[in-house]
Design a protein. Structure first.
Length: 421
């Protein structure tokens, strides 16, 4: 009897191990061709661990398989926030139109130009098809779907308003992308001009100034001080160009790595960015707009305020506001009003506090926060436009002075020689 029990336990363990191995087996996509019960030719694609699994699955579905081929995986590009925002908008539109959920995923996956995006959505669809909830299927890919995204999807599924929540989520993603785009455009122009200016100066120092130096040496006369300074800088570039370019490239690389991986570095840089002249004000407005937009979207979806604040701080994208959000969450959980808690952090303008107070009193907090976000998003637009128009002549003056100074320094000996002659 004991031997029988031991054998049964061993059998159960073996089956459990087999199921675990099957579950952990790497699934790939197989393209198949076959005939249904009526003899009609059909074809499709199935993700499975092997051809045998595909054949067995299709046979159970009444499909007589005639051909199975492993589909070669295409290497796609990196999946970006723009891809996720576009997917959310497409899915929301199709569900509003009454298209079934699984069919919507099929349409989006087949219409994706990026193979990585298609593979991601196909995998999510497979999880949903096998009985997983939509929020749980998204949560398996935290690199692309954060806690805020999954929480809103879960709220939509529980309340039966998934199409409305997807619409709100799509709008939220588009607004956040627009703000990020504005910040990037504000920083791109001066960064690009500085990089081009450095390359132009480097070319002048490496190739133009040495040619002038040979001409000046043939004069045999004393050179002016500005010319000597430019020649000395040029000699340094010629002798140690690899140190100059390598040092700058290495400094940029290590700075970016430190910013990404060191929490202390992130805290310092987030605080510093808010204090940078001109750019700091734009970054602060964009951060406040993201904070307000996130909280408005979460609160409108029916997520409790204290729970919603968990996702709001991280979505703001700045450690100063993350710390402020944690403080707000603690005070709100002890009974303090949202407006009072926000005021205690000293990082929100009076306009935001007033609109939040009105929203709490009128019971329309999500609407007032959304309107406040609209105001700050418009201010970011206007600030970026005005800054670009002001920076352009300022940068041109600096570049003109720099390059003009080098040219004048190089031509001073020639001018003096002309006077002597």
């Amino acid at each position: 009897m004991a031997a029988t029990t031991t054998a049964q336990q061993t059998s159960v363990q073996a089956r459990a191990q087999a199921r675990a191995r099957a579950k952990n087996a790497k699934e790939v996509t197989f393209a198949w061709v076959g005939r249904d019960r009526t003899g009609k030719s059909i074809r499709g694609e199935t993700r499975a661990a092997s051809e045998a699994v595909v054949a067995t699955t299709l046979r159970r579905q009444g499909v007589m398989v005639t051909e199975i081929k492993k589909r070669r995986a295409k290497r796609g590009k990196k999946i970006t926030d723009k891809d996720i925002a576009l997917f959310t908008r497409q899915l929301a539109t199709m569900m509003k139109a009454g298209v079934p959920l699984l069919q919507s995923f099929d349409i989006v996956a087949k219409g994706a130009s990026n193979a990585s995006v298609a593979a991601l959505f196909t995998e999510v669809r497979s999880d949903i098809e096998t009985g997983s909830s939509m929020a749980a299927a998204f949560a398996r890919h935290p690199l692309y779907f954060d806690a805020l995204y999954c929480n809103l999807i879960a709220a939509g599924e529980q309340a039966g308003i998934l199409d409305d929540l997807l619409e709100r989520l799509a709008l939220y993603k588009e607004k956040i992308l627009a703000i990020k785009g504005q910040i990037k455009s504000a920083l791109f122009y001066p960064t690009a001009v500085i990089a081009v200016a450095f390359l132009v100066v480097a070319v002048i120092m490496l190739f133009v100034v040495p040619a002038f130096k040979q001409v000046f040496e043939s004069f045999g006369a004393n050179l002016p001080a500005p010319t000597l300074v430019v020649i000395a800088i040029s000699d340094f570039f010629v002798d140690y160009w690899y140190l100059v370019f390598g040092g700058i490239g290495g400094a940029i690389y290590f700075f970016r790595q430190a910013w990404r991986r060191s929490e202390k570095m992130q805290i310092v840089m987030d605080r510093l960015l808010l204090r940078v002249p001109v750019f700091g004000a734009i970054i602060e407005k964009a951060t406040i707009a993201r904070w307000l937009r996130t909280l408005s979207t979460m609160f409108a979806a029916g997520v409790p305020l204290v729970e919603a604040l968990d996702s709001v701080g991280g979505a703001a994208g700045n450690h100063v506001y993350l710390t402020a959000t944690r403080k707000i969450q603690q005070e709100v959980s002890t009974g303090t009003s949202l407006t009072a808690a926000m005021g205690n952090t000293l990082v929100f303008p009076n306009l935001v506090l007033q609109m939040s107070g009105i929203g709490e009193e009128s019971g329309a907090l999500d609407s007032m926060l959304s309107k406040a976000a609209d105001i700050y998003e418009r201010e970011v637009d206007e600030s970026v436009a005005s800054m670009s128009s002001l920076l352009e002549p300022f940068i041109l003056v600096i570049l003109g002075t720099l390059i003009g100074g080098i040219v004048v320094a190089m031509y001073l000996p020639i001018f003096k020689l002309g006077q002597v002659v």
